[in-house]
Write a protein that binds this ligand. Structure first.
Ligand code: PLP
Length: 427
């Protein structure tokens, strides 16, 4: 290979001293990077929109990841509810290899197999009729907002819940019922009204002649792992039917098996008009999707919406493999069982540390542990990480657990004992 424009080849190697070396055969790019260098260069070259944990992850296997010092972590965060099958899953690896040597991307000017097979499978299991592909949760919600407006023929207001989270595009932050995500980005998109979550009277009062839809998470994620109450969801559906409104369920975090059903709204025996998906759908690859009922979807005409990368053959191939495993290999039942076991474990901790823990809550493997104000969930999260367990926080003082769906009872036991050891030091 000659130097200059040739393709650089990187090799990542952990030395026994815990230093990570990034080596390249391109002499112009040759350098060695320690974790400290990596952190400094990240600060210099990457826009500082993320407050990262002080850990450089280098490898994953099953439900575990390793950092640049070779330290092992049990991962109860899974890339924030993305890595549903954990790391290096053989079926995903095989699909990646197979698909990358046939087609990766074609554009939506052509027909391709996987995108049709995937949407068909998801539509069948959700009683939806058709879908639109994009690349993230925010984009899926953008698509839903556009579709609702087009369907509404002049009605454009969307009612969303306080403490909700719908993503970071301009319309999605406007839909998000948390001012902290909106400040500094005004003027926001018009036509959003916010009401308290789990309060159907508030929705009823907020409906106007301009209202076109209600947009909700059946289980709020970023808002603090707060499940909807069954009566609330039923009443929301009634209100939507009475006022000819669309019900949009944001399943970006809670969907794709996370709660033990394919979609979280299915716990409530209701049927939305539009659902939005992303996160776990691509088993680690970026993909977003909106599913809708035919009579709603028909409001979109040729050219009304598009995405260059949306529904690429590679990513839909990976998503199809994951969806088949989820639906055809008993994974949903497994999530339900593991979720019950985990909540049981957390309730034992709640009993033991009653002065620190308010409650354990959630559905399936989307679980939160809420702490009293006397202790910071963020500090617990940091201490748990030191002790080898990865988690994150959400809402007000809640430790959030969204592990790979493939965790086993022994992983739950281990997570419980790490948490016990960690919380003890705060007691
Ligand atoms: N909707 C919900 C419920 C989410 O939890 C998130 C992300 O956390 C989003 C939308 C935005 O998804 P993305 O970050 O893929 O745009």
């Amino acid at each position: 290979m000659s130097c200059g424009l040739r393709v650089a080849r990187y090799e990542l190697r952990a030395t026994r001293y815990g230093l990570w070396k990034v080596l390249t055969r391109n002499p112009y790019l040759k350098y060695t990077m320690t974790t400290q260098d990596l952190i400094e260069q990240e600060h210099q070259y990457i826009m500082q929109t993320y407050k990262r944990f002080p850990v450089a992850l280098t490898r994953g296997e099953g439900v575990r990841v390793w950092d640049s010092d070779g330290k092992e972590y049990l991962d109860f965060l899974a890339g924030i509810a993305v890595n549903a099958l954990g790391y290096n899953h053989p079926a995903i690896r095989e699909t990646i290899q197979r698909q990358s040597s046939s087609l990766i991307h074609t554009s939506n000017l052509f027909y391709t197999q996987n995108q049709v097979a995937l949407v068909k499978m998801l539509a069948d299991y959700s009683e939806m009729d058709c879908g639109f592909y994009c690349n993230s949760g925010a984009e899926a919600n953008e698509a839903a907002i556009k579709l609702a407006r087009k369907w509404g023929k002049g009605r454009f207001e969307i009612i969303t819940a306080l403490q909700s989270f719908h993503g970071r595009t301009l319309a999605a932050i406007t839909a998000t019922g948390q001012p902290k995500y909106q400040e500094g980005f005004e003027p926001l998109v018009q036509g959003f009204t916010y009401v308290p979550y789990n309060d159907s009277n508030a929705i009823e009062q907020a409906i106007s002649e301009k209202t076109v839809a209600v947009m909700l998470e059946a289980l709020q994620g970023e808002g603090g792992i707060v499940p909807a109450e069954p009566d609330y969801m039923k009443r929301v559906v009634e209100l939507c039917r009475e006022h000819n409104l669309l019900l949009i369920c944001d399943e970006v975090q809670a969907g794709m098996g996370r709660t033990g059903k394919l979609f979280a709204y299915q716990h409530y025996g209701i049927q939305p008009d539009i659902i939005t998906l992303a996160k776990a759908l691509g088993a680690g690859f970026p993909i977003g999707m909106m599913l809708a009922k035919k009579e709603v979807a028909s409001a979109f005409e040729y050219g009304n919406h598009a995405s260059t990368f949306g529904g690429g053959e590679f990513v839909t191939g990976v998503a199809l493999t994951f969806t088949k495993i989820l639906l055809e290999e008993g994974l949903l039942e497994h999530v339900e069982q593991m979720g019950s076991l985990f909540i049981e474990q957390l309730n034992v901790l709640k009993e033991k540390y009653a002065s620190l823990i308010v409650e354990a809550r959630g559905i399936g493997l989307m679980v939160g542990l809420r702490f009293h104000e006397s202790v910071s969930a963020l500090d617990i999260c940091g201490a748990a990480r030191e002790n080898g367990l990865l988690t994150a926080i959400a809402g007000s003082n809640v430790l959030r657990f969204v592990p790979p769906l493939v965790i086993q009872p022994s992983d739950i036991e281990e997570a419980g004992s790490i948490l016990d050891r960690t919380i003890e030091t705060f007691a």
